[in-house]
Design a protein around this ligand. Sequence first.
Ligand code: ATP
Length: 512
Amino acid sequence: MNVDAIMALSIEDMAVFCKKKGFVYPCSEIYGGISGFFDYGPVGVEVKNNIKQEWWKTFVTARDDMAGIDGAIISNPKVWKASGHADCFTDILVECQKCGNKVRADHMVEDALGQQTDGLSAEDLWKLIEENDLKCPKCQGPFSKPTQFNLMFKTVVGPAESESSVSYLRPETAQLIFTDFKAVVDNNRMKLPFGIAQIGKAFRNEISPRDFLFRSREFEQMEIEFFTHPKKTDECPFFSEIQDLNLNIWTSEAQEAKADHEKMHLKQLVSSKKANSWQAYWLGMMLRWFMDLGIRQENLRLREHLKDELAHYAGACFDIEYNFPFGWKEIHGNADRQQFDLSQHAKFSKKDMAVFVEETREKVVPAVATEPSQGVDRAFLAFMFDAYDDDSNRGNVVLKLHPKLAPFKAAVFPLVNKLDKEAREIHESLKQELPCFFDRSGSVGRRYARADEIGIPYCITYDFDSKKDKKVTVRNILDTKQARIEISGLKDTIRGLVNGDIAFEDLKPEKA
Ligand code: ATP
């Protein structure tokens, strides 16, 4: 989809479209909903599952240096003391003295003054609020001084409510990787460098959830902690695979100079010592994953964090941003966390987190050279925006999702209802292996439109000729070109098209 078309579609329009077509619903809407929570509908859940499967396949099962876990949502609260979340996982809140409206100070300042607030302290924000006489957007009342608001949801574990029964819904999946670290190393005989990955729910009591799925209170993450010898964070043997990727990069210097991002090769991040080679490698792998699944390169960029934004323990931090209609926004965070996490858990649990390194016959606490942290829901949004095309020629929305992400890989239609039986037989056989949709209602044109709108890449029509030549017509969503395909080889053809082993042009299609 072109950039202008993305700009024409607002995030509110996307929310309306997602609800109408069964991708995403506001949670518990029959009771008026609940701010910051969403349900994925019948086609949305398929796309979301496909995103997670593609990620897991690419970064976990297809690699030798990765193991997966699925940790619990609620854990011993000491985890969050050790990680720093209990004391420091806060956003800055200001409250209207007149109507009690509570807002996130940095977002309010960004909205009112149109300036970036990354890295500003509570004092900096308060200065801006006072200097510019910013008032409550709801009632124009004055704000009280900023306070810190902890984003973790508290919960009570067990029947007796007491101080010791309080725990938290995890605000990120990562910490469970650290607490299970030694068990995974022992079970899987992992040797540095290696990663541990996890996909799962995370919860943050965001002060003001907004922008649909972008900032919700319950969401999913796909995270990797990649561990190396602390002195070998710059020894990535796979670096050459991604070093020549030429991408939009917004350096901290460019941000400070209020300049735009520029095209740079990933190797420049390493040669300029902005990132270690493992971090640059994983940033490249993640960007390539997005592009392989259809996101246009021009809609992605890497943003280097400013010095003020970095946590005291972080070496370097980068976000992958997507060009949403409401601006370039983070969809992925990636920090070089050094030895901070494992050292903290060693200190708080009094357990040894060091591993034995055979080559040097020493025990070391590994460094997290890179922590690729991906939100599933923000990835979903980016894929949806990039795929969305309001095609004026066709007169309907065409959702050009990559076939691997599409909720159904094919739709099967009988040309007329008389051919229903034969078409159903094809559908029955296909759906055993590929998610597949059957549609016999309305004209074929209407059925094509319905399939276009939910991103079904291939529409298969059984017509009168099919009886004679044992072939069906397959139509490609991208350009509506059509090809006649043998019914006996249909399953393999569709599978080949979805996996990218066959190009639609190989089928010698005719013009639409
Ligand atoms: P932001 O600055 O936008 O609040 P963050 O820097 O706090 O994000 P991280 O802690 O780095 O986010 O989390 C990693 C990823 O988890 C993010 O890149 C994003 O994709 C996802 N994520 C974080 N918070 C939310 C949220 N409230 N709703 C949806 N996804 C989220």
